[in-house]
Design a protein. Sequence first.
Length: 317
Amino acid sequence: MSDKSIRSNNLLGAEHLRAAERKESAMLMALTMPAIIVVALVIIVPVGWLFSLSFLDGSGQLSLVNYQKMIEYKSYMRVFRTTFNVSFLTTFLCILIGYPLAYFLSQMPRKYVGLFMLTVLLPFWTSLLVRTYAWLVMLQRNGLINNFAIELGIWDAPVKLAHNLNGTLIGMVHIMLPFLVLPLYAAMQRIDRNTLQAAANLGATPVQTFWQVFVPLSLPGVVAGSLIVFVLCLGFYVTPAVLGGGKVIMVSMQITAILEDQFNWGAASALGVVLLVATFAVLLLASRFLKLDSVVSGRQGDELVKIRRETEPDHTR
């Protein structure tokens, strides 16, 4: 067979491969098109409608008056500051409580994990509204916690635990805790136990192994859970409204108040747009300093490389 015929056969084969690739791409696009249409109808169209309303004044004319009000009135800035403060504090408290809990679950024998994991997932079986009002019953002045503490002599008079920031944080931490524990537990389960054993063989104490090996390898789970909790807290409504007692005003509550009192869709939409942009800004900022693909997938390659670089010099001395 001549070189010319071989070349023509190769070109023909390459053309067939490209045609098969185009056919496969078209088939995949056809399969995903229903999902794309649903996403467009459920998410893109409402968000676009929200954006358009935010640029309309009371008479229906194009205007930036809704955004100007947020700059002129300090009350809007206080609402956004409260929203981010409550979200940050809730995320921080969830990390403080969730990390030891996830670590405890990751170190347990597998036959007992399911039973204890059930206690983490149990709140999902109860309505959010029911859980919030249950906390209100326990935290109020004559509630179970105050009465129990007074009987034990922990304090003499009822402590105000509800209708303030404390009650809001308690309720939100209880609701958000599983959203941090689950991805964190999954990240801890993916940690290779041989790495911990290698650190011990190199002379590391259990405390050093935990802080210098285990904690860095579990950081992707911490970041993933923290992002989930923080973003969900930004749009929280029920718990701050019930347990905050009107003293903890978040953006979602302000939007409801504007619609109920003024029926001003433009101002409410502008608040929603700013909150949406702020949420995307948080995710963008996280993607600038963190590798979100490794955070979401829980990959620990970079951390392993860093740990090896830190331990190799000591090993070679």
